[in-house]
Design a protein around this ligand. Sequence first.
Ligand SMILES: Nc1ncnc2c1ncn2[C@@H]1O[C@H](COP(=O)(O)OP(=O)(O)OP(=O)(O)O)[C@@H](O)[C@H]1O
Ligand SMILES: O=P(O)(O)OC[C@H]1O[C@](O)(CO)[C@@H](O)[C@@H]1O
Ligand SMILES: [Mg+2]
Length: 326
Amino acid sequence: MEQKTIKKIGVLTSGGDAPGMNAAIRAVVRTALYHDVSVIGIRKGYNGLINGEIKEMYSKDVSNVMNLGGTILHTARCPEMMTEEGQNKAAAIYKILGLDALVVIGGDGSYRGMAELAKRGVNCIGIPATIDLDMNNTEYTIGFDTAVNTGMDALNKLRDTSSSHERCSVVEVMGRDAGYIAIWCGMVGGAEDVMFPEEKGEVDSAKVIQQILENRSIGKRHNLIVVAEGVGGTQKLAKEIQEITGIQTRATILGHLQRGGSPTAVDRMHASMMGYHAVKAILAGDQNKVVAYNRGRYEILDLEKALKMEKTLDREVYEVIKILAI
Ligand SMILES: Nc1ncnc2c1ncn2[C@@H]1O[C@H](COP(=O)(O)OP(=O)(O)OP(=O)(O)O)[C@@H](O)[C@H]1O
Ligand SMILES: O=P(O)(O)OC[C@H]1O[C@](O)(CO)[C@@H](O)[C@@H]1O
Ligand SMILES: [Mg+2]
C-alpha cells in the first residue's frame, strides 16, 4: 500500500497538566517543522478540538518553554468528549482541518478519548504525560519526577518543623486512584508509613497508630506519615492520631502544588525524546500508536494493545519503606 505523505498534524494536551508537557510540545513542533510538516496547536484539550480553538504553530511559538511548568496549549477535562456526539464532533473537526495525525499528550483518560477518535478515522499518537504514573503500558509518564521532587521538598521542610516540635506530621500527596506519588514520596522523604489507594481493604488507621507508638517507644521523637489523596481523610487521621496517642499532630495537604513548577531534567529529557519519537512514528506511517518508555528504551506500541496492558504498583518499595523506618 502506498504510504500517505504527511503534511499537517495537530497537537493537544489533555487531562491534568504535567510539568514537561511544554518540552513535549516543543519537540513535536520542531521535529515536525524539521521534516516540513506543519503543526496545528489545539487549545484546552479535547474541548479545543470540538470547538475548533486552533492556531498554527511555528518554531518561535515554542521558544523559551522548555523550562515552564503547565502547558502553553492549556488543558481541560472535557465531559463532552465522553459522549458520542462530542466524539463525532471532534473527529469531524479533525477531518475539516485536514490533519494527517493528532498527537495527544495526556494520561490514561486522554488515551481512552484517543481510542474513541481512532474508531472514527482519526490517526492518534499518544505521549504519556501525567504526574500520577498510572499508565499501564509505560514505565514512565512525563511529570512524575517533578511532582515527586516537589513532594520530597515539602517533606523535607515538614520534617524540620515536626522534629523541632517533636510532633507527628501527616502529609497528603496527589493521586486519586494511584499510589505511585505517595510511595515514592514516602521512600525519598523517609516517611514511617504510607497509605495508598491500591491497599484497598488494608488501609487501616489503627495499624498506622500502632506503628507511630512503636517508633516512639524505640526513641523516635517525631513522625512522618504520607497519605495518598485517594485514601483521603487526612485531617481526620491527624485528629485520631493526636487523640489516641497524645502526640501533637498536624495535617498538610499538598494538593495542586505538586502539579506545577519547572520540570526536572528527567522530565525534560523524556518529554523531548517522546515528542521526537511521536512525530517519527507518524512520518513512518504508523497509525494509532502510543510512545512508551520501557526497560530503558523508547517504544511505539499499538493504542488498542497499550490500553489493555496491566501494571501493578510495586509493593516491594512499600515493604522497604517499612524496613527502613525502624
Ligand atoms: N472513556 C473515555 N471516552 C472518551 N473520552 C475520555 C474517556 N475518558 C477520558 N476521556 C477524555 O479525556 C479527558 C482527560 O481524561 P482524565 O481527566 O481522566 O485525565 P488524564 O488524561 O487521565 O490525565 P490525569 O489523570 O493526569 O489528569 C477527559 O476529560 C475526557 O475528555
Ligand atoms: O485538578 P483536578 O481536576 O482537581 O484533578 C486532580 C487529580 O489530577 C491529578 O493531579 C492528575 O492530574 C491527580 O493526582 C488528582 O487526583
Ligand atoms: Mg489519569
